[in-house]
Design a protein around this ligand. Sequence first.
Ligand code: F6R
Length: 243
Amino acid sequence: MRLIRAKNYEDVSVKAGNIIASVINLKPDCVLGLATGSSPIGTYKELIKKYEAGELDFSKVKTVNLDEYVGLSKDHDQSYAYFMRNNLFDHVNIDQNNCNIPSGLTNDPEAECAAYDKLIASLGGTDLQLLGMGPNGHIGFNEPDEAFFPATHCVKLTDSTIDANARFFATRDDVPKQAYTMGIWGIMQAKRVLMVVNGKNKAEAVKAALTGPVTPKVPASILQLHPDFTLVADEEALSLLDL
Ligand code: F6R
């Protein structure tokens, strides 16, 4: 594991943006695994800045996102498809036909999930998977559980995740209770994993994921076993580690 210490959120974003930019520049037709949530927004802003400065070309980049809420259409303003257009895709020269996100409206969840893993495999896997992490250690929507779940699947969100995401919806009741998520195989098959974490509310999860046992009760702990895992974290998120 590589730990990159950043001063604050802006610094996390600059450092993560530089890493992703280098992947795109070295392999213009790379496959990026992308995440939503507040953690990567600054990273996406950095990528947009580099694109606007003429330093990045997304024309051949392909993407696969981690997750989508069950029941939200791609045009719902809280869907992750909308989030990705709003925070990245609409601002760079990516071909949106090359941008993949599970459909929240599928009538056949099992087929949708199986097709998503086949798609990842058919793309040759991801060159880099960007991740945030929930305060309970979740990655994608792989919530704390009794076992790791390898395949893309439908999950019931925990109360703590619903609480954490309620800030984006008018009321807590509006937060979807289920999501489709890439499973642990989809994340671990990436050639590189890059996690961005900031803030005090993630400090416990950072400590458990990095220094605790590898356990499905802290899903991010599986990353200890990834051969090329980089964590970019700010001082607050690292505050419980003895560094
Ligand atoms: C989002 C995702 C989630 C978030 C996590 C942290 O695609 O997969 O695992 O990364 O919930 O969310 P934020 O960044 O909002 O704290």
